[in-house]
Design a binder for this molecule. Structure first.
Ligand SMILES: NC(=O)c1ccc[n+]([C@@H]2O[C@H](COP(=O)([O-])OP(=O)(O)OC[C@H]3O[C@@H](n4cnc5c(N)ncnc54)[C@H](O)[C@@H]3O)[C@@H](O)[C@H]2O)c1
Length: 394
């Protein structure tokens, strides 16, 4: 893996910060602010342009609060593309942090106009759009990163490397869950912004909870296990009256290798905040990780006591160290993991701009193909459930 903090980095060779634009993420939005922190954490980007809101006045006011100059505070992504394309200091890369239904049109427009793209998940609202996006990325030669941010945790990188190195032997069981409770009551009926679009199929897509957090669990399980399921059987439910999209999801997974898996995602499980938890077991041992205590990875070689591996400390090797910033015992968390994706993507972008080969870390970053996998997973689960629980190929 490339070292990302030495003076020999591709970013250092580029000799300037990457110019970042943002679509969505205006006043009152959630994840846009997280992306901005992530982008600044390692000082590789500067936010210079934005189309930050669907309401032009709010877009301008939001830009002003972020010190974006008025001539680069745009009312829409279309205006951003048109005006930025004519500048010599045009943005290098644009982050898309709008509700799901706007990811595809914004990404298509930006890529085809020559901008690199960072996009939040789920990548689009259909597998058909996602397949088209894969083709657009190939055709334009522009770079694309999907922010499945949990793959940026040091102990998740460690777990993936341990599975690759045979620490758990041949994979048998994958158990992943992502439980929340914030939609236990009909929050969308109060007009709450984040709940409103997430429960609306026109803006969220065919999946509710499965797209919002199930897609993270699915991606994380694939990343760590180094395998992708070949079939699934799902039951998608909604427990809250009046809700049309799923708020609870139970899925069985079958792997071509013979491994078996299960995924539970829920937004109606009281007591759970962001309880993303992954367990993988093979014929030689098991690994367990929980994002609410992410600096630790539990490793159980069969027949021996369980070992607690710590980020920055005992048992964590180069894969974890490459995305750690501070010594063990000082907690790193969600923002740092998000920042590590931005930091490594800065390396990849800088190398690309300089005409250099992609650094090794490029292979670890969530890709447009991962986005397509996510949409195939969502659509297969929706179809499986609506047909009464039948196995569907992925
Ligand atoms: N990776 C993660 O951990 C994570 C966490 C939360 C959300 N997300 C994803 O991020 C995206 C945004 O989620 P959120 O919770 O921040 O939503 P949000 O409702 O808080 O924010 C969405 C923002 O997009 C803006 N917007 C809407 N239409 C627009 C348009 N036409 N042009 C420009 N801006 C527009 C809104 O004004 C708002 O500022 C979603 O796709 C969601 O799935 C990812």
């Amino acid at each position: 893996m490339s070292e990302t903090s030495s003076s020999e980095t591709e970013s250092a060779r580029l000799g300037r910060r990457l110019r970042l634009g943002m679509v969505g993420g205006g006043q009152g939005a959630f994840i846009g602010a997280v992306h901005r922190i992530a982008a600044r954490l390692d000082d590789r980007y500067e936010l210079v342009a934005g189309a930050l809101s669907s309401a032009p006045e709010r877009a301008k006011a939001s830009a002003s609060e972020l010190y974006i100059s008025p001539d680069r505070a745009y009312a829409s992504v279309e205006e951003m593309v048109e005006k930025e394309a004519g500048r010599t200091d045009r943005v290098d890369v644009v982050s898309i942090v709008t509700p799901n239904h706007l990811h595809f049109p914004a990404a298509k427009l930006l890529l085809e106009a020559g901008f690199h793209v960072i996009c939040d998940k789920p990548m689009t609202t259909s597998a058909e759009e996602s397949a088209e996006l894969v083709e657009i990325v190939k055709r334009t030669g522009k770079l694309f990163m999907l922010t499945h941010n949990y793959t940026g945790y040091p102990m998740i990188r460690q777990a993936r490397a341990m599975v690759q190195d045979g620490a758990i032997g041949k994979l048998r069981i994958v158990q992943v869950e992502y439980a929340q409770d914030w939609l236990t009551e009909p929050l969308e009926q109060t007009g709450q912004k984040q709940a409103s679009w997430r429960t609306d199929p026109k803006r969220s897509g065919a999946g509710g909870c499965i797209g919002d957090i199930g897609s993270h669990g699915y991606n994380l399980a694939n990343f760590v296990s180094n395998e992708k399921p070949s079939e699934l059987l799902g039951e998608l439910s909604h427990f809250v009256d009046g809700r049309v999209l799923d708020d609870n999801v139970q899925i069985l997974l079958r792997y071509g290798s013979g491994a078996k898996g299960a995924l539970w995602a829920s937004q109606v499980a009281p007591g759970n905040e962001n309880s993303l938890r992954l367990r993988v077991y093979g014929d030689k041992g098991g690994l367990e990780w929980a994002q609410e205590d992410p600096n630790y990875l539990f490793y159980s070689p069969f027949g021996q006591p369980t070992q607690k591996l710590t980020r920055g400390g005992n048992g964590a090797g180069d894969p974890a160290q490459a995305v750690s910033r501070i010594p063990g015992g000082h907690p790193e968390g969600y923002l740092e993991a998000f920042g590590s994706l931005y930091n490594q993507f800065a390396e990849v972008l800088s190398a690309h701009i300089l005409g250099n080969p992609a650094p090794d870390c490029a292979a670890l970053l969530p890709s447009v193909e991962d986005g397509l996998d996510g949409l195939r997973f969502i659509e297969a689960a929706v179809a499986s459930s609506s047909e009464g629980g039948v196995w569907k190929r992925l």
